[in-house]
Design a protein around this ligand. Structure first.
Ligand SMILES: Cc1cc2nc3c(=O)[nH]c(=O)nc-3n(C[C@H](O)[C@H](O)[C@H](O)COP(=O)(O)OP(=O)(O)OC[C@H]3O[C@@H](n4cnc5c(N)ncnc54)[C@H](O)[C@@H]3O)c2cc1C
Length: 406
């Protein structure tokens, strides 16, 4: 019998326990807290956005896209839907492709009972302090005890939302076994602005685009989506999805971030709209033209920043004002001063280098019999079910392959 140790009872650990328990192995899952799936139950605001119809490497950042593509080839949308059926969970697909199970707590309950019914032994309040290599296997230390296993799957998550149990200790274990950890940073997080040109506008949400640039590094990313103004700066999917990439290069000289408030209009198109307004309705206030596209309070703020009086009628708009306005509406420079950090980040960017892991099995290229799954790996997805899909996919592959004879 192959004895398999899974460290961490998040989505990746549970998924690994299900595929690993299908053979004639003995599977023990160690979880440091008193319960499993603590982060999973918070997902999708409790509705559990578990996957997405539109999967693909372009929705993930971090290590190699080739690695991500291989994982999604082995465990894609169809495999996820079969998996949900197998555990007895229903799901719905939303217009934008997001797949929800509807109730994260109920899905968690189904996952735990299914895994237990297959024979997984759950050990709670069992913090794994060390993993040593011994006689073709591993010695796992916890609560002043040591236990031998043939295989170890590390599924300890990253450093985000540490109140759920993931504080980054898995990275220490991975490094102690010879692995390289790409510097972990918070991802999918709200960003603070200093100065905050939108202070007082909290609660306003618009469709926008955030542009991240560093010409020296040849980097230019544009992220469209909902943008929410907060007390401290910006949040919402557009801000969350750019945050990880911004944080990675934030200390590099020449990194700039811009907001396009009208992402579907180019500067030229906007210029034509203003010109058309001047030609056909010169007595109309500029403010009234712009509020067709953006909330009143935001338009007032942009006019204030652009130093154009709110009373300005289109016919009296000066050329310099028009140039500044178009620039501010399409490329408004912001100064990001930080983020709330790992405490509220939804994911961790960075992690165990994918170049040291086999993409077809999740086995370490450095230590035979050692596997990784989930957020501990250097891959992070955008919002929309991509991170849970990653956790389930890599967990499933790791569990299945841990069962195989060496
Ligand atoms: C509020 C919130 C909402 C989210 N919503 C979504 C969503 O809707 N869709 C989506 O795709 N993603 C979402 N995510 C991200 C997603 O939940 C995570 O990427 C995913 O749960 C990671 O799973 P994991 O198993 O790799 O790690 P985790 O869920 O972090 O689990 C790791 C587990 O390992 C345990 N552990 C750590 N170290 C040890 C140790 N030494 N010994 C024993 N146990 C240990 C921890 O206690 C923890 O239980 C959300 C995240 C947050 C914080």
């Amino acid at each position: 019998m192959i004895k398999i140790c899974i460290i961490g009872g998040g989505a990746a650990g549970i998924s690994a326990s299900i595929s690993a328990s299908k053979g004639n192995g003995g599977v023990v899952l160690f979880e440091r807290t008193g319960s499993v799936l603590n982060k999973f139950v918070l997902s999708g605001g409790g509705r559990c956005n578990i996957s997405n119809e539109n999967l693909g490497p372009k929705y993930y950042f971090g290590g190699s896209g080739h690695f991500v593509a291989n994982v999604l080839k082995s465990f894609g949308k169809n495999e996820m839907l079969s998996f949900l059926k197998e555990i007895g969970s229903k799901y719905t697909v939303e217009k934008d492709g997001r797949i929800y199970t509807g109730d994260a707590k109920d899905t968690a309950h189904k996952l735990i009972s299914y895994s237990a019914s297959l024979g997984t032994e759950f050990r709670y309040k069992a913090f794994i302090e060390k993993v040593g290599i011994k006689e073709g296997g591993f010695v796992v230390s916890y609560r002043d005890r040591e236990e031998f296993f043939d295989r170890v799957i590390i599924a300890t998550g990253g450093k985000s939302y540490p109140e759920t149990g993931s504080d980054g200790f898995g990275f220490t274990i991975a490094e102690s076994l010879g692995h390289t950890v790409i510097h972990p940073l918070p991802g999918l997080i709200a960003l603070d602005l200093k100065p905050n040109p939108f202070s007082g506008l909290q609660g306003i949400s618009i469709d926008a685009e955030i542009i991240l640039e560093n010409k020296k590094l040849g980097i230019s990313h544009a992220q469209k989506g909902k943008l929410l103004f907060t007390h401290r700066g910006i949040s919402g999917p557009a801000a969350h999805n750019i945050s990880g990439r911004y944080i990675r290069i934030s200390r590099e000289k020449g990194t700039s971030v811009f907001i396009s408030f009208l992402p579907d209009l180019s500067g030229d198109e906007l210029n034509r709209i203003i010109q058309n307004g001047i030609n056909t309705a010169g007595k109309k206030k500029l403010l009234n033209l712009l509020t067709k596209y953006l909330p009143d309070r935001l338009v007032s703020r942009i006019l204030l920043i652009t130093k154009i009086p709110e009373e300005r009628i289109l016919a009296e708009l000066r050329r310099d004002e028009r140039t500044r306005l178009i620039s501010n509406l399409t490329r408004f420079g912001i100064n990001i001063s930080g983020s709330a950090g790992f405490r509220t980040a939804h994911i961790t960017t960075g992690g165990v280098s994918l170049s040291e892991v086999h993409s077809s099995t999740m086995e370490s290229k450095i230590v035979k019999g050692l596997f990784f799954a989930g957020e501990i790996l250097d891959a992070d997805g955008v919002e929309g079910g991509y991170n849970l899909h990653w956790a389930f996919a890599t967990g499933f592959i790791a569990g299945k392959n841990a069962l195989k004879k060496k």
